[in-house]
Design a protein around this ligand. Structure first.
Ligand SMILES: C[S@@+](CC[C@H](N)C(=O)[O-])C[C@H]1O[C@@H](n2cnc3c(N)ncnc32)[C@H](O)[C@@H]1O
Length: 261
């Protein structure tokens, strides 16, 4: 596919120098390996190499994991291993409507809106305007802002929407939002919560059980990266070693979750 002005591309120089860019005529990417004028990229194809002063850059079609190389993240963000499971467990489908809190840097928002497609909608709440401004810029850069509504608000107090397909929470005290989440969801809709510490699991889990959610589960996903070298292939000794825990549940109609364990 021939690259045109306005296209998004990943510039890969080496594993430590990976950049997400929007191609604009007359602009360039500056790196410690040299500059890359975008005029030299426009007209090429994804998969091509372009010369820079200290080597060459590989131009890639962006997949979602490059948001980790190209976007600002003022908050802690969710990682692909957790996001993948969260989306899978939620049961959402392209075209669905989901509510999310908090927006943070917008990494989960981007993943959700990408997955839901052009007919889907993410309504994303945050109590901090500065976070939403950053998330707005990130969403704009990757071209997904039109699938997202950013709302300033505290989901512990209120969620405007009703009958939504799923609610995703990544905030410090999600157990205080289980009642508002219950009201926002359609019957059998999913709640998917991410928490970074063990103490938060119990409070969230028990609050969900008390407030009408069934099939409540808590899991941790562990991912190990490998360094691959001849005669030295082994798990990497550095990297992200802990992310957090995921708690999922489904809204029951009757409002009582005291059914089974
Ligand atoms: C860890 S960040 C979310 C990161 C986000 N999932 C991502 O992947 O970029 C947590 C966010 O929750 C917001 N927050 C905290 N309490 C909230 C509440 N009661 N309602 C809405 N947002 C809240 C914070 O302002 C913060 O921006």
């Amino acid at each position: 596919m021939v690259l045109r002005e306005g296209d998004l591309a990943v510039v890969w120089i080496d594993p430590k120098r990976v950049y997400l860019v929007r191609l604009e005529k007359g602009k360039k990417l500056d790196t410690d390996r040299g500059s890359l004028p975008f005029d030299n990229v426009i007209g090429r194809e994804y998969g091509d190499f372009v010369e820079i002063s200290k080597g060459r850059a590989f131009i890639m079609y962006p997949s979602l994991d490059y948001i980790y190389d190209g976007l600002h993240r003022p908050s802690q963000v969710l990682y692909p291993k957790d996001i993948g499971y969260m989306i899978f467990k939620s049961g959402i489908r392209p075209g669905d409507t989901v509510v999310e809190a908090g927006t943070g840097s917008g990494f989960l928002t981007i993943s959700l809106s990408h997955f839901l497609g052009p007919s889907g909608k993410v309504i994303s709440y945050d109590v901090r305007e500065d976070m939403q401004e950053r998330a707005r810029k990130n969403l704009e850069l990757v071209g997904l802002l039109d699938r997202v509504e950013l709302k300033l608000g505290d989901v512990r107090e209120n969620i405007d929407e009703v009958n939504v397909d799923a609610v995703f929470l990544d905030m410090p005290d999600p157990w205080l939002a289980t009642e508002t989440v219950y009201k926002a969801l359609k019957p059998s809709g999913s709640v998917v919560v991410f928490v970074p510490t063990v103490g938060q699991i119990e409070k969230t889990f028990l609050s969900l059980r008390k407030n009408g959610f069934v099939d409540v589960e808590a899991v941790e996903l562990i991912l190990r990266e490998y360094q691959v070298k001849e005669n030295a292939t082994r798990p990497r000794s550095i990297g992200v070693t802990h992310t957090g825990f995921i708690i999922t549940g489904r809204k029951s109609i009757k409002g009582s979750s005291e059914i089974g364990e």
